[in-house]
Ligand binder design. Sequence first.
Ligand SMILES: [Cu+2]
Length: 70
Amino acid sequence: MTQTAEYKVTGMSCGHCEASVRGEVSKIAGVEAITVDAKSGTLIVGSTAPVADADVVAAVDEAGYEAVRV
Ligand SMILES: [Cu+2]
């Protein structure tokens, strides 16, 4: 892993929400590690190469939530 990016995600409330976000974000090329916490609304994406914030925001949107880069 060469870098991490943190996002604030609004709308998550339980483990199913975390799983949905994890599932969509894991589809992004280069993503190696995903830490997601519904309680704090935190998403941390670890990747081997730079991942566009727009791609992460789109993936989270696909899961049904809203992400903003911290
Ligand atoms: Cu949920």
